[in-house]
Design a protein. Sequence first.
Length: 198
Amino acid sequence: MQKRTEGLKGICITIIFLFTFWGCDGGGKILKPQGTRSDVFTEAKNSIPPPQGTVSLEIRASVKTPTSEHYLLEFKTPPQVKDGYPFELNIDGQEIIWKEKGKLEKTPISGEQGRFPEGGEGIRYVLDRTIFLAPGPHHIVFGLPADDFYTEVKISLREEEPHVLEFHPVYAMGRHGYRTFFHGVTRSEIFLDKTRIK
């Protein structure tokens, strides 16, 4: 009986280890990418047109976080965003981090459809940058380092067309059964030229 109990204990430990290693969603956690290249894309500045052989890709993202007072009430440490909230992008091995300043935002908490995920008082951070890169397939990892969140997607860009890539945050579920920005980002919905691709 004791050997059987020890055997079951060993199986449970193994299962816990596997879930911890691969992640509970079965897909594994996206690790922070390592930037090793510098020849994949360039950032657009001063509204200049794309250089020959490249296309423009506008990167859009927006995230809302609690105010510093909320963290004091929850006895939690707020994310380090003194110099701006970081948005991280890695395309085919080239990495860039943009830090954006936030603005205080007060919006209704709920409406006819119920609780709004971004309802309430918080800080809104908006990313809207444009880069130039070659048309064709690309592997992209997008991250919010302050929330320890990363997601990846593969896209293909057509020639001679401007493109828009958008990351819409999906916030974690609260104790009361609704999603709210007070609990951070858990995943994202990704759109390329207004078509959802993930």
